[in-house]
Design a protein. Structure first.
Length: 79
């Protein structure tokens, strides 16, 4: 799994844990809902600034955001 997919999956998992819709997350993070959807699907190369906006909207720190078993796998694809 490439890093874009891992980040997207992490966002989706955190969003679902808080029972937040993509629309609610987008509004809270000041991003577009279609952008959130494409990030969650691993189709976007998200900036660290937007990761921070999303983490803040989900009430997690960046440390908590990246404290995820999927990020421990050192083999990533650059696709």
């Amino acid at each position: 799994m490439d890093v874009k997919s891992k980040i997207g999956l992490r966002i989706k998992n955190l969003r679902e844990l808080t029972s937040m819709s993509q629309k609610d997350l987008a509004y809270t993070a000041d991003l577009d809902r279609s952008y959130i959807a494409s990030v969650e699907n691993g189709q976007r190369n998200i900036s660290i600034m937007n990761i921070e906006k999303i983490a803040t909207a989900l009430n997690v720190t960046l440390k908590e955001f990246f404290n995820y078993d999927e990020f421990d796998n050192t083999t990533t694809s650059s696709k």
